[in-house]
Design a protein around this ligand. Structure first.
Ligand code: ADP
Length: 406
């Protein structure tokens, strides 16, 4: 596109530009400091280039982007609106105040005695951390025993070194919500002056009934009747307004049942992982990121519509945690009519966690075709052709201390 990019990233500040992209190392858990550091780095470039826009491509980056936009006088969502989305608890509070359809909820500190917490729970419920993503640590509980087990399991996850090192706030609290039955949908949109334009509505055809909520298939266009699609879009537009979001990408999740749409969550960022590759726009079939950059910079093409073909992606589930030893069947999977790409993103010989502790998939399968049904069948067939060998991780004793390491 001929657009120069200055990257802010949470990589280690002591490494000497390992990917040769001159990224500015930032601590996203300290958004004000990270924004000041980013703004300073950007000022250094200003003599050569004009800064046109800022985009955040993940949840953790949005607060930094909002503060940096303020310092650099760039149009972006306000820090407050972004904070309204960053904490699941705060988002629920804002949406409840605005009268949007959300489940009953409360939060509690892990230090509180659980018998008094239990008295407040109505079953079935969902227990979740306040700030993680990708359904990590989200567990459904149908009764007191399941609730206590879920709380213990999420508490263990939150105290793990992998999460403590992120120094995110709220790792000592949990949110409890009423379980909303119904089919689930994801909406991808873009905001301009607070107005929401829906870019795609995805069906999630696999039932997501718990106890864990690992994602799998997303298909667009949705097969819902247009009236229900409009209900979801209207609910999304009202939610975005209530949260105060005004600019840039929006990814939102909903459940739909006989009482209408319910908001699961709204995030001021594009769809995550490699999933955005499923969306192509206009005659040149540009990808979502290009559309976002065109929109942010006021370049032509931002108004392109999604192509008319159906498209889908499967986030390849992790059947059980362990060390990924072998992947077979990719060629057969790729030969399936409709399949255009299979990307195995998990690294061989690395440990991969299953949900609810997990947060990354084995990979992604992409399909295109004339109808959503064809695309869905292609994804399932290609997935059926793949074979993953995952070896259980064994506990080993440390040779000196005798401590168990695994
Ligand atoms: P994350 O941001 O980590 O993805 P969410 O709050 O969106 O966390 O929850 C992840 C998934 O868990 C949702 O997509 C949905 O399938 C399920 N889920 C979360 N909350 C509820 C709820 N209150 N009722 C029913 N399902 C829920």
């Amino acid at each position: 596109m001929g657009v120069a990019v200055i990257i802010g990233s949470d990589r280690c500040h002591q490494l000497e530009d390992p990917w040769a992209d001159r990224a500015v190392p930032l601590h996203f858990e300290e958004p004000r400091n990270a924004a000041a550091r980013l703004a300073e780095a950007v000022q250094g470039h200003l003599r050569e280039q004009k800064i046109g826009a800022i985009l955040a491509l993940g949840d953790r980056q949005t607060a930094t982007a909002a503060h940096a936009a303020h310092l650099l006088n760039l149009p972006y969502n306000s820090p407050e609106s972004v904070e309204n989305c960053a904490s699941k608890l705060r988002q629920r509070e804002v949406l409840r105040k605005a009268g949007l359809p959300i489940p009953d909820f409360f939060s509690f500190a892990l230090a509180e005695p659980l018998d008094s917490v239990l008295r407040r729970v109505i079953f079935p419920c969902v227990v979740k951390p306040l700030r993680l993503a990708a359904s990590q640590g989200v567990i459904r509980a149908n009764n007191a025993a399941e609730f206590l087990a879920a709380v213990e399991r999420v508490a263990r996850l939150l105290s793990s070194p992998e999460l403590q090192v992120t120094r995110e706030p709220d790792l000592d609290r949990l949110l409890v919500e009423g379980y909303i039955p119904g089919a689930e949908f994801a909406l991808e949109g873009i905001l301009e002056g607070g107005q929401l334009r829906v870019l795609a509505l995805f069906d999630k055809p696999d039932p997501l009934e718990g106890p864990y909520f690992e994602e799998s298939i997303y298909i667009t266009p949705s097969r819902l009747p247009s009236g229900e699609q409009e209900q979801i879009s209207r609910c999304a537009a009202k939610s975005v307004r209530a949260l105060g979001l005004s600019k840039g990408p929006v990814h939102a999740e909903f459940r739909l049942n006989d009482r209408g749409p319910w908001v699961l969550e709204v995030a001021p960022r594009p769809i995550g992982g490699l999933c955005s590759r499923v969306l192509r726009f206009g005659p040149q079939r540009i990808f979502l990121e290009e559309l976002l950059i065109r929109k942010a910079l006021g370049l032509p093409g931002a108004e392109f519509e999604r192509e008319s073909d159906a498209a889908g992606v499967m986030m390849i589930p992790v059947p059980q945690g362990g060390v990924l030893e072998k992947v077979e069947g990719s060629q057969d999977g790729l030969a399936t009519p409709g399949i255009c790409e299979i990307q195995i993103t998990a690294r061989l010989h690395d440990f991969i966690a299953a949900w609810p502790e997990g947060s990354s998939y084995l990979g992604f399968i992409f399909a295109r075709g004339r109808t959503p049904d064809f695309v869905e069948a292609a994804l399932r067939k290609a997935h059926g052709a793949l074979r993953f060998t995952i070896a259980p991780k064994l506990a080993v004793a440390h040779p000196v201390s005798g401590q168990r390491l695994a």
